[in-house]
Design a binder for this molecule. Structure first.
Ligand code: NAP
Length: 185
């Protein structure tokens, strides 16, 4: 199952045990924390977190100057990646950057290590076309926070307002779908 709320998950789980659920989850997409992840914890279900680096935003490599040029790049339709929302989320990115410096890690690694520490049943699936980033993201499992560091990180993230969301750009056929068709012609 993917991108379902807790009611749908519970209905499905009552029919047959659900092993894993793939929902969006990252430092800037935390809705699943309210009831989906608690339900998964209670019922021994894995939460496979897609877009865990927020389509690259949490790596700090995307700035207000970034242009997404390829016709099939879904990031140009991601509401969280408008220049206004990137600027709005800068205080949160500064927190991630601060921890990256302190832990001698990259921002992408901090964003992944945070969810690995936070929940035993959350499995992030970062996407990358580059070998070095795949290796970098895998090494997030080597980043360890002390309880005090983690508490501080949590508090500082909680204090940030999140601007925009990712949206379901792959399934919005009026945007990505039509442009993809154009790219194929
Ligand atoms: N179930 C669903 O509905 C659904 C929806 C969307 C995605 N997914 C799945 O979720 C997975 C990942 O999601 P996603 O690709 O949307 O988001 P993501 O992993 O949060 O971000 C991927 C983007 O970040 C960049 N990136 C990755 N690692 C980086 C790093 N260490 N430093 C800097 N940039 C980095 C990648 O660019 P480069 O390629 O240039 O490195 C790519 O553009 C995929 O397997 C996808 O199939 C599922």
């Amino acid at each position: 199952m993917s991108q379902v709320d807790v009611d749908t998950l519970a209905a499905a789980h009552a029919v047959t045990p659900v092993a894993a659920l793939q929902n969006i989850y990252s430092m800037v997409e935390r809705d699943s924390e309210k009831s989906v992840i608690p339900f998964c914890l209670t019922h021994n279900i894995a939460l496979v977190a897609f877009s865990p680096i927020a389509s690259g935003l949490l790596s700090g490599k995307i700035t207000t100057q970034t242009e997404f040029e390829a016709v099939d790049d879904v990031r140009k339709f991601v509401p969280q990646l408008t220049k206004e929302n990137i600027a709005g989320n800068q205080p949160l990115l500064d927190v991630v950057s601060d921890f990256a410096q302190r832990k001698h890690a990259t921002m992408a690694q901090i964003s992944l290590a945070w969810m690995l520490k936070k929940y035993p049943n959350v499995v992030p699936i970062p996407g990358s076309k580059r070998l070095e980033r795949i290796l970098e993201n895998l090494a997030a499992s080597d980043v360890e926070f002390s309880d005090a560091e983690f508490e501080e990180l949590q508090k500082r993230l909680d204090a940030c307002t999140v601007y925009g969301n990712r949206g379901c750009v792959e399934t919005e056929q009026t945007s990505f779908g039509n442009n993809w068709k154009k790219a194929q012609q």
